[in-house]
Write a protein that binds this ligand. Structure first.
Ligand code: ATP
Length: 607
């Protein structure tokens, strides 16, 4: 509803597609059928659909805003009557106006203002929470987040879009749409007052009566002001866009530096980083100064304009007051009404920069949605199928693995991994070993053919650099299962078996474990994960490459003893790895870049 009101404003500015986007995103919430609960003061908990709760809150907020306009209209009559009482030196009428009329009105004003603040904040956080769940769900659902990254185009910084842009979208959609409605209601009410008072007003210096003279003068004055403001302020839209862009670039550079701080320190890259950061910050300052200069020009005009506002209604009405056509109270009412009409008409001037920012938020959300949709489409249309089958082997059938640009990377047909067998995959760097694992895990969508996986069997893939979530050590070890999925004794045993006895008693310690543990320790932590999960199939993608050879040998021995039922497939370059496997498959790369697996039945030392 609110979105529709705002839509009217933007439609006036010829942004039809913007209106559609606003309504589409906003209606996701207002049309939501999810069951929900809200606590209403003096009533208690009420169950309803989330969309219905949101719609009711917006309806009440609209009613509150209209009531505020009505109160302002009533206060303008209070002002008229109070000044008339002053002019007539009628003390009783003056005190009556002040205590009997004004004070109850003021009390109502305060009460509804408080209700508005409460409702508005509850609405925006519920709305944002809903959209947040929706976007996080779409982004994480069906591996879209990973595919978006490998496609490499579309949405950069999804974190910014989900946290910051959604917040700005909700807050601005509410404030702009309700603001517009408020100004429209103010305009209509006070135009009516101005029109009524103008009855009998003649064109200055003549006897020609002009119906609604004050309205026309006010409208002309406001249109002139808006037009000049638009002419001066127009470049601000592009400048604000640019500011967002250079600020985001700078933030990104800082975040990357934080991520690669070790490499920068090792390479003594600090001077280069300082120079790069200085250059990017320089762009922020340059553009900011352009904005400042433009704002000074704009403010020079708007300040003069708003100062003139104070005297213009007096200049217009004074002649009529002096000839006795209107009372002092009416003159005061005209001054108030004039400024309200004028500010409603110049609403566009006031929200000029907000609108520019809002458009950028909409663009970012739209491209984010587009990137999620194309990632989902690529997943849905993939001809590379991972199919559960009744056989006990994992079999590749006429499999072509491709790069995102369509180039063929690997071809395999009839290759089977047999249960209980320990297979080592070797091959030159870039031949597609990791990508084959991704295809088997079902997250690589590019290619054709079939991976037949044994039905109902579990798989686990340990990469070279394991993911360690932020939180307690227990959560890091049990990931992606729940922290309580295993007993403390089982987790500690797994850590000890994975040669990490020194942290086995720190399960409840919350730290950035991914940064504290060395890469070799992180790899052993991932092995502990596998020991707990006991998968039927375990794929190790250079998962022990950071360990020294004796520790690597111990880890393979532990996997063999602790997971006797698990079929292991490893990728590795070290020749010593061959000793822990009973089969080796080598990916041979042809001149044209296409790799094919060559099955070496007997363990062979890798080159
Ligand atoms: N998202 C991607 N976009 C484009 N090319 C990619 C992408 N991911 C992987 N590649 C390319 O696919 C090829 C195979 O990569 P992959 O990681 O499977 O090789 P690998 O055999 O495991 O190499 P290494 O032994 O060095 O780990 C490489 O040339 C790599 O650059």
């Amino acid at each position: 509803m609110g979105a529709t009101a705002f839509g009217a404003l933007v439609f006036g500015l010829s942004y039809v597609r913007v209106v559609q986007t606003v309504c589409r995103i906003a209606d996701r919430y207002l049309d939501s059928q999810a069951d929900s609960v809200i606590r209403i003061p003096f009533i208690g908990l009420v169950r309803a659909r989330e969309g219905t709760i949101g719609t009711w809150m917006i309806a009440i907020l609209i009613a509150i805003n209209l009531a505020q306009v009505a109160l302002n209209v009533r206060l303008s009559f209070f002002s008229r009557d109070m000044f008339n009482a002053l002019e007539a030196k009628d003390a009783a009428a003056f005190w009556y106006q002040l205590f009997i009329i004004f004070m109850p009105l003021a009390a109502v004003f305060v009460a509804i203002a408080l209700t508005e603040v409460l409702l508005q904040n509850v609405l925006t956080i519920r709305w944002r929470a809903f959209l947040n769940t929706y976007y996080v769900g779409e982004w994480l659902g069906d591996g879209a987040h990973y595919r978006m990254q490998i496609i490499g185009r579309g949405a950069d910084n999804p974190d910014q879009r989900i946290s910051e842009d959604l917040r700005k979208f909700v807050e601005s959609t509410y404030s702009l749409s309700v603001g517009l409605m408020n100004q429209a209601a103010t305009l209509v009410s006070f135009v009516a007052i101005l029109w009524t008072i103008s009855v009998g007003f003649t064109f200055p210096g003549t006897d020609v009566e002009v119906p609604g003279l004050l309205v026309w003068v006010c409208a002309g004055y406001a249109i002139l002001g808006t037009w000049v403001t638009h002419l001066i302020g127009r470049p601000l839209i592009a400048l604000n866009f640019e500011q967002e862009r250079v600020e985001a670039n700078y933030r990104f550079s800082l975040a990357r530096l934080r991520e690669y701080t070790e490499q920068v320190a090792l390479l003594s890259g600090e001077p280069a980083e300082k120079e790069g950061l200085g250059k990017r910050f320089g762009q922020i300052v340059d553009n900011y100064m352009r904005i400042v200069i433009r704002l000074i020009k704009l403010n020079t005009f708007t300040s003069a304009y708003f100062q003139a506002n104070v005297v213009v209604p007096y200049i217009l009405t004074a002649p009529y007051y002096f000839i006795g056509k209107i009372s002092l109270g009416q003159m005061q009412q005209v001054v108030g009404a004039f400024s309200r009409v004028e500010s409603a008409l110049t609403y566009f001037i006031q929200i000029y920069t907000t609108l520019a920012d809002y458009k950028a938020v909409l663009d970012r959300l739209t491209t984010f949605e587009g990137a999620i949709a194309s990632a989902q489409r690529i997943g849905g249309e993939s001809k590379l199928a991972v199919t559960p089958a009744a056989n006990r082997e994992l079999r590749l059938r006429n499999l072509n693995v491709r790069l995102p640009d369509g180039r063929a990377l690997m071809h395999a047909d009839g290759l089977a991994f047999r249960p209980g067998e320990r297979t080592l995959m070797t091959g030159p760097s870039g031949s597609g070993k990791s990508t084959l694992f991704r295809a088997i895990a079902g997250i690589w969508p590019f290619g054709e053919g079939e991976v037949l996986v044994p039905q109902g069997q579990s798989m686990m893939l340990l990469p070279q650099r394991p993911y360690i979530p932020i939180g307690t050590l227990r959560e890091a070890v049990t990931y992606p299962a729940h922290g309580q999925a295993y007993s403390d004794a089982a987790i500690a045993d797994a850590l000890r078996a994975a040669k990490l006895p020194q942290i086995a008693d720190k399960l409840d310690e919350e730290r950035a474990w991914g940064q504290t543990l060395s890469l070799g320790e992180q790899q052993r932590l991932a092995v502990a994960r596998a020991l707990l999960a006991k998968p039927d199939w375990l794929f190790l993608d250079e998962a022990t490459a950071a360990l020294d050879e004796p520790t690597e040998a111990e880890i393979y021995q532990v996997i063999k003893e602790e997971l006797p039922q698990t079929t292991v497939v490893s990728i590795g370059h070290r020749s010593t790895l061959a000793a822990y496997h009973d089969r080796r498959i080598d990916l041979k790369r042809a001149e044209n870049g296409l790799s094919t697996p060559v099955d070496l039945m007997q363990p062979q030392p890798a080159e």
